[in-house]
Design a protein around this ligand. Structure first.
Ligand SMILES: NC(=O)C1=CN([C@@H]2O[C@H](COP(=O)(O)OP(=O)(O)OC[C@H]3O[C@@H](n4cnc5c(N)ncnc54)[C@H](O)[C@@H]3O)[C@@H](O)[C@H]2O)C=CC1
Ligand SMILES: O=C(O)CCC(=O)C(=O)O
Length: 528
């Protein structure tokens, strides 16, 4: 069945075409994002959801999204998606981190000019027939200092354009290296210095606990008198009420805002102030940017739904379309090793250690580790998956450690999963043979060679004569056919294991009889 995608915001129709060309069924309902009840009602029919900013992907929507695999944000900010809730449900969330950066930077520059020359007010006055030539006296931008808070993709494009306008650019961004600052021609400063020196401040950070109200009443009081402030990033970065007061007092000469603490913004402390310019979150609204992000999100979502390739996911490592087929058998191996250990472990798991040896060490091991942890947890938590597994493990206090060793041993690739609980430490190793099928090659240091089969019986016993005969005849008497039989032991007369593939489910009475064989220590049915 072809995957189905819902577009619930006003994306460029270019996205619809991409989905159709790739053989994905698509429903384009650009106004649906505003109707959360209707969205909750129909989301269960879709594998993918493509959005801009109007759709809020809440826990309630996700609760109903039974087959949803991916949310694609045609844009940068994913603050309208509950990422922890999506991750917990195993839904990949991807964005398009560069497609609208130039356009948004241009909007900030446009806002800067509009503020410097009071263009909106002058326009309104002129068109009202007033010809108030003496009312509007602007400021020149050349040689002024622009303070950028958040100098990432958009901030650095703004810096580039401002340098072209012969402005001096200073930036506050704790993650901006001195080298990068030098390369892009900005002076890296601390926030206090930026506040004290900037003639114009423009914000380009995401909204986080650290950036919320970065321009608070107290910060605004430390700005240069007559500063102008631009926010084309996220509402909530500036304390709007404090800014309105600073505009009233003349501490701030003007403000240009594209984003507001509540959106859609129908009322706001800044509205109606003579030195304020507002736009309705138009930063990304150009034909070019919308086409870029729509095409990109549709390509990314199609690649994931059809080929398992992941790019620009905010809650999972990237996997290219080339890597996906190489990774697939190892994801299966890791998940099954995890499942093997999970089915055998009844006690609280403290630590999971996964070692990747040989060629597999060069693959995206983060994805493999997530798969192993998902397999490990699934016997206890049915709906954990590769995306949600790391956060579920963290929630349960399970430490996940991964190690890579490039040197190959007996196998070209070897994955070893060790589970540590209060009572025991258990290791199991596997590999993928040339046929692409995962194999178990070592259990607790005992060499075996077995495939993972739908129904298996795992037995540990003392290595004594007679076990195999009794065991096989018990299965035969119960009418259980043995498909494959793998044996291993650490030494003659030592610990031995049997891993048997059987047709059908192992009945409880048979299990009890196997457990009653004197040399048997443990017998456990396993399903894969
Ligand atoms: N108005 C609009 O329509 C649009 C708004 N945006 C918003 O613009 C913002 C920036 O986007 P990008 O530049 O693409 O993101 P980015 O991730 O490339 O850059 C953000 C920068 O903020 C910095 N930063 C993080 N915490 C900080 C802190 N506490 N103090 C100072 N700097 C900090 C980061 O180090 C990074 O360099 C995002 O929030 C995004 O949602 C993006 C596109 C359109
Ligand atoms: O889609 C939009 O218009 C908003 C863009 C935006 O805010 C973003 O990409 O972060």
């Amino acid at each position: 069945m072809a995957p189905r995608v819902l577009i619930s915001d006003a994306l460029s129709p270019a996205a619809v075409q991409i989905f159709r060309d790739r053989g994905i069924e698509v429903d384009f309902q650009p106004a649906l994002g505003k109707d959360k009840d209707k969205l909750a009602e129909i989301i269960g029919n879709y594998d993918g959801l493509a959005i801009r900013s109007a759709t809020k992907v809440t826990p309630k929507i996700l609760e109903n999204a039974k087959r949803l695999k991916v949310v694609g944000r045609a844009g940068i900010g994913v603050d309208n998606v509950d990422i922890p809730a999506a991750t917990a449900k195993g839904v990949i969330v991807m964005n398009t981190p560069f497609g609208n950066s130039i356009t948004t930077a241009e909007h900030a520059i446009a806002m800067m000019f509009a503020l410097a020359r009071e263009i909106p007010a002058a326009d309104a006055s002129t068109q009202a027939g007033k010809w108030e030539k003496n009312r509007f006296m602007g400021v020149e931008l050349t040689a002024k200092t622009l303070g950028i808070i958040g100098c990432g993709n958009i901030g650095s494009i703004v810096a580039d354009r401002a340098i072209g306008l012969k402005m001096k650019v200073i930036a506050f961004d704790p993650f901006l290296s001195i080298e990068r600052a030098r390369d892009i021609g900005v002076e890296k400063v601390e926030l206090d210095e930026l506040l004290a020196r900037a003639d114009i401040i423009t914000l380009h950070t995401p909204l986080t606990d650290k950036t919320r109200n970065v321009l608070s009443a107290e910060a605004l009081a430390r700005t240069k008198k007559g500063v102008r402030i631009i926010n084309c990033a996220r509402g909530g970065l500036v304390d709007e009420a404090a800014l309105a007061a600073a505009l009233d007092s003349g501490q701030v000469a003007g403000a240009a805002f594209d984003v507001f603490s509540t959106e859609p913004a129908t009322e706001n402390p800044l509205f109606g102030h003579p030195n304020v310019i507002c736009t309705p979150h138009l930063g990304a609204s150009t034909t070019e940017a919308q086409e870029n992000v729509a095409l990109q999100v549709a390509e990314q979502m199609s690649d994931y739904l059809l080929r398992g390739a992941i790019s620009n996911a905010v809650n999972f490592p990237s996997i290219t379309a080339e890597e996906a087929p190489r990774l697939k058998p190892f994801i299966e191996l890791a998940e099954k090793l995890g499942s093997f250990a999970g089915q055998l472990t009844d006690t609280d798991i403290k630590t999971v250690r996964i070692t990747y040896q040989g060629a597999v060490a060069e693959l995206k091991i983060k994805a493999l580790t997530s798969a192993a942890v998902a397999g490990l947890l699934r016997p206890a938590l049915a709906d954990v998956n590769v995306v949600s597994a790391p956060s579920v493990a963290k929630e349960r206090g399970i430490v996940v450690e991964e190690t890579t060793r490039e040197v190959a041993g007996d196998y070209e690739s070897l994955v070893t999963l060790t589970v540590v609980s209060d009572k025991l430490e258990r290791s199991i190793s596997g590999t993928v043979f040339a046929d692409g099928r995962p194999r178990i090659v070592d259990i607790k240091g005992i060499k075996v060679d077995a495939e993972f089969a739908a129904s298996m019986l795992y037995v540990t016993n003392e290595d004594r004569p007679g076990f195999v005969g009794r065991f096989a005849s018990l299965l035969g008497d119960a009418g259980i056919n043995i498909a494959t039989f793998a044996l291993g032991r650490d030494r003659q007369g030592g610990d031995a294991i049997a891993l048997v593939e059987v047709d059908g489910v192992v009945p409880a009475e048979l299990l009890a009889k196997v457990q009653a064989i004197p040399s048997v220590k443990q017998a456990k049915p396993l399903v894969f």
